[in-house]
Design a protein around this ligand. Structure first.
Ligand SMILES: CC(C)(COP(=O)(O)OP(=O)(O)OC[C@H]1O[C@@H](n2cnc3c(N)ncnc32)[C@H](O)[C@@H]1OP(=O)(O)O)[C@@H](O)C(=O)NCCC(=O)NCCS
Length: 211
């Protein structure tokens, strides 16, 4: 599907991510999220280490969660934004998936592995019982943020939710993102500190009114 913004991001195509694009998508997500507050606490002060650690984790996620239906944005054939999308019933790992992803977490080193496990367990505890489509990780490439690309990805995600009458759900660790997601009909369900970082848990009802 082709989406083009009137200003800002230029001619952007928003579509399903192809399997062969996963390595590039993983690096983009890790780079785009490099300075997120959870990453600072989980992975430490070194920005390059934060990119390496998150790339390892997200690569594991895409390898293990085979039901993922990621959406991407491209400009001139180059990936500029990506989001993971887990369909209902597929966002939390089965016992087998947990075993498969564990080595990737352990490889982060004891401190980061411990913090990552605490972080993901806190998110899992909050995961709604009701069927929902789980968004994330969402990132626009670091130098392209604030140009409307994330909004185009969200518009497509929400169009799909509305078409299928599905509930949306996500977590975020930045207050400016809460504002961003509210524009698309997400509402804050809860706020909780995770590894010392404020996190917001947001739900989008079936077919809310949104801009
Ligand atoms: C959050 C994110 C996906 C939004 O995509 P985007 O293309 O930058 O956003 P858009 O240009 O479509 O929309 C701009 C809005 O996004 C929000 N925003 C969040 N982070 C932002 C950033 N780094 N730069 C600019 N806007 C940002 C603001 O609310 C902004 O609204 P405003 O212009 O009224 O201030 C992107 O900024 C990003 O990748 N951030 C870092 C990683 C991250 O936090 N991902 C989400 C994890 S839940």
């Amino acid at each position: 599907m082709q989406e083009t913004a009137a200003s800002g991001p230029g001619s952007i195509e928003v579509r399903d991510l192809r399997r062969e694009e996963i390595p590039e998508a993983v690096v983009l997500i890790a780079r785009g999220m490099r300075d997120n507050p959870l990453h600072l606490v989980a992975y430490g002060d070194d920005p390059e280490r934060r990119v390496r650690c998150h790339a390892r984790l997200i690569r594991g996620m895409f390898d293990v969660f085979s039901a993922q239906q990621p959406i991407c944005a491209t400009r001139g054939g180059t990936l500029v934004g990506v989001t993971g999308v887990a369909p209902p019933g597929a966002c939390q790992p089965t016992a087998t998936q947990r075993l498969r992803i564990l080595p990737r977490v352990v490889a982060l080193g004891p401190r980061s592995a411990g913090r990552t496990m605490t972080w993901t367990s806190a998110w899992a505890r909050r995961d709604p019982d009701e069927p929902h489509v789980h968004l994330g990780p969402l990132a626009v490439d670091a130098h392209l943020q604030g140009q409307g690309i994330g909004s185009l990805i969200m518009r497509e995600h929400c169009r799909r939710l509305d078409e299928a009458d599905q509930v949306g759900y996500l977590e975020t660790d930045k207050p400016e993102n809460v504002h961003f997601y509210r524009r698309f009909g997400f509402e804050v369900l809860a706020e909780e500190a995770v590894i010392g970082v404020p996190n917001w848990f947001m739900r989008r009802p079936v077919r809310p009114s949104w801009s």
